[in-house]
Design a protein around this ligand. Structure first.
Ligand code: ATP
Ligand code: MG
Length: 541
């Protein structure tokens, strides 16, 4: 279906891919994994023809169509929803635009051109494009009353559904997705998992979400050491077999025979477990030919994420009174009263991700509330990891200079200090000199975390902090937050993060807040709260 031959990619001295050969077959779902910066997005861009490799070729079977779900979920913000979907079929959309343009400047000559274009348009089933797109959207749970709204007025999970409709428009033979679960809530992720598991064509998906990879993949393609190695099986199988392979490699005196037996037993145990799970009933018979020969130990590294505080805050952290926010007349939250004290690690939750994001933007002075006020304690200092970090990467600065913007002392401004700092965050050697505009999604977040570490604030605000990060970074980040002695305000779809960091949950609703000192699981499982939560989103008080 889709194959890559002798692909090499190099940026300066850094070799991302070295003579890679790989084939993707119809009916399979390939999970592309690798550390932040390994080259996953670059590889997908090359597959889809958006970027050229240094050398090598990509070959798509003739007559087959490929489509892509963007990593940047805001890319179509200024377009209407329905049009965004139709734009998924580029050839068709281009013809439609040409026709519209010729009509604007109508003449005999143009009428002839219009006629010709309309024939092609009709052959491509163009007249039904809008109704097909509308049907697709409705199937994906995007109701008709928003089909003509602009994308920027939708919340993150709706946007992803529209972009998915765009990618699926015209049933592509190869569907390519870069981190589709970012910005999604638990419910929508489950929906997407089912969708992909039942999609018959070839799917190639990059993700850092283990659960998602396990639910959808028939193959894992690991990017490491400049190569891409594909293994049949899901993520857990890849992970456990690579651990086993690494263990075996260090057991020098164990006989080859014994090792082989151990591997076979492992595969049998794993296959038996999979056979019991619901995956076995799917069309994907992934357990038939598991292979773990040649699994290589990985080069993944843990960044040293450590949040220190310049000074300890006093007792009063934050006071919020009667705060409310609306978006185009719709109430995001209303009547929010909060008093934060020392030691609070709050999971800020809402069914509507636009509400939590607006809340942080207001507390950071980037946006105005519709009513109400907030006051930070005088001993507090804040640092903020926003959902959208693109504003920090507009300028093209070498990383050392980028980070220097937040240096407070002469020592911190020094090259040696900054490079040491970046080294701990896995930008070692030459990597510290690359410019801020070429960073991968996860590398940008790693930079934002370095910035926060330099700021040494005693209040941290984090809006979906795990988005884009690889598992090693998430683990390091999670541990550092557990140990952090200051105040944390956190919104995350990562269950483990919410459960292990938070000691208080505040839910923002259009009818005020629910505020409880308990763990996230206790909060979500409480039957009385379930009732209350339902009411808070529906009843107009
Ligand atoms: N023009 C360029 N010059 C130098 N380095 C570049 C350039 N473009 C990309 N890179 C580097 O190539 C590496 C791969 O980037 P890519 O976005 O493909 O990573 P990724 O695997 O998708 O990571 P993530 O998991 O964070 O999304 C990164 O280290 C990036 O900084
Ligand atoms: Mg990427």
């Amino acid at each position: 279906m889709l194959s890559v031959s002798n692909l090499s990619v190099q940026f300066g001295k850094r070799v991302l891919f070295d003579e890679v050969n790989i084939t993707f077959t119809s009916g399979n779902c390939y999970g592309i994994i690798g550390a932040n910066g390994a080259g996953k997005s670059t590889f997908l861009r090359i597959l889809s023809g958006k970027e050229d490799p240094t050398s090598g070729k990509v070959h798509l079977e003739t007559g087959k169509r490929m489509s892509v779900l963007e990593q940047n979920h805001n890319a179509y913000d200024d377009f209407p929803v329905l049009e965004t979907v139709v734009r998924g079929n580029k050839e068709l959309f281009a013809i439609k635009q040409q026709i519209d343009k010729l009509y604007e400047d109508y003449s005999d000559e143009n009428a002839e051109k219009i006629g010709e274009l309309q024939v092609t348009f009709e052959e491509m089933n163009g007249w039904n494009a809008e109704s097909d797109a509308a049907a697709l959207l409705s199937n994906l749970g995007i109701s008709e009353n928003v089909h003509y709204n602009l994308m920027k007025d939708l919340d993150g999970k709706q946007k992803v559904r529209v972009l998915l409709a765009q990618a699926l428009f015209g049933s592509p033979d190869v569907l390519i997705m870069d981190e589709p679960t970012n910005d999604l809530d638990y419910e929508t992720i489950t929906w997407l998992e089912n969708f992909i598991a039942n999609y018959d064509n070839c799917v190639i998906v990059v993700s850092h979400d283990r659960h998602f990879l396990d639910a959808v993949c028939t193959h894992i393609s690991d990017i490491d050491f400049g190569k891409i190695n594909s293994y049949s099986g899901n993520y857990t199988f890849w992970y456990e077999s690579s651990q086993l392979a690494a263990r075996q490699r260090s057991q020098q005196n164990k006989k080859a025979e014994e090792k082989k037996k151990e591997l076979q037993e492992f595969i049998m145990r794993f296959s038996a477990n999979v056979a019991k799970s619901k995956q076995a009933t799917s069309r994907k018979k992934m357990i038939e030919k598991l292979n773990i020969d040649e699994i290589k130990p990985s080069s993944r590294r843990y960044p040293a994420i450590i949040f220190e505080r310049e000074r300890e805050a006093g007792d009063q952290i934050l006071n919020v009174s009667n705060l409310s926010s609306t978006l185009d007349g719709e109430i995001l939250f209303k009547g929010v009263d909060i008093n934060l004290v020392k030691g609070d690690k709050v999971v800020v939750y809402s069914k509507d991700s636009r509400a939590t994001t607006a809340f942080y933007e207001i507390l950071n002075g980037n946006q105005k509330a519709d009513s109400g006020a907030y006051q930070w304690g005088i001993t507090t200092t804040q640092s903020y990891l926003p959902l959208d970090n693109s504003g920090f990467f507009q300028e093209k600065l070498p990383l050392v200079d980028w980070l220097r913007q937040w240096a407070k002392t002469e020592e911190e401004r020094e090259e040696v200090y900054l490079r040491g700092f970046l080294g701990k965050m896995i930008f070692s050697g030459e990597e510290a000199l690359k410019t801020s505009d070429v960073l991968s999604g996860g590398e940008k977040v790693r930079c934002m975390l370095s910035r926060m570490m330099m700021m040494r604030a005693n209040v941290l605000m984090l809006d979906e902090p795990t988005n884009h990060l690889d598992l090693e970074s998430i683990t390091a980040f999670n541990n550092s937050l557990k140990n952090f002695k200051g105040t944390v305000l956190l919104t995350t779809h990562d269950h483990e993060f919410a459960q292990t960091v938070g000691n208080r949950v505040i839910e923002l609703t259009p009818n005020g807040i629910i505020d409880r000192y308990m763990t996230f699981d206790e909060y979500m499982d409480d039957t009385n709260l379930k009732e209350l939560r339902k009411k808070m989103y529906t009843v107009e008080v």
